[in-house]
Ligand binder design. Structure first.
Ligand code: FES
Length: 116
């Protein structure tokens, strides 16, 4: 394991299209930013939990990021929808903008954030 990786959660905490896992990351200015990881089509992806429309968190209840069909992420405030694997907004008030993607890896039953 690279020294710059931080453990986020266990692999078993994330089901494809299921609840996300919330955590926080330190910004360069030392601010704590809310973040989350989700699993989509078996791959784990992570983002800063901040809508591209307004600086609010996406989940409509803690950890609930997916639409009913489990094929997109949705912002609970005004319904922007995002591709789970890229973070690109494909519908709603910020269409064409993107969530801020985090460098996430998964190995040996655990999910890690790259901290570079
Ligand atoms: S704040 Fe997310 S869609 Fe408006």
């Amino acid at each position: 394991m690279a020294e710059s990786a931080r453990l986020v959660c266990k692999s078993s905490d994330l089901e494809s299209g299921g609840m996300g896992y919330r955590f926080s990351v330190k910004a360069k200015n030392n601010e704590d930013l809310p973040a989350f990881v989700i699993r989509f089509e078996e791959v784990v992806h992570g983002y800063i939990n901040r809508c591209a429309h307004l600086p609010v968190q996406l989940d409509w209840r803690e950890g609930a990021f997916f639409t009913y069909d489990k094929d997109l992420l949705i912002c609970s405030t005004h319904g922007a929808i995002y591709e789970p694997d890229t973070g690109l907004c494909v519908g709603g008030p910020c269409k064409g903008a993107s969530l801020q993607k985090l460098q996430i890896s998964e190995r040996e039953g655990a999910v890690y954030l790259s901290c570079d």
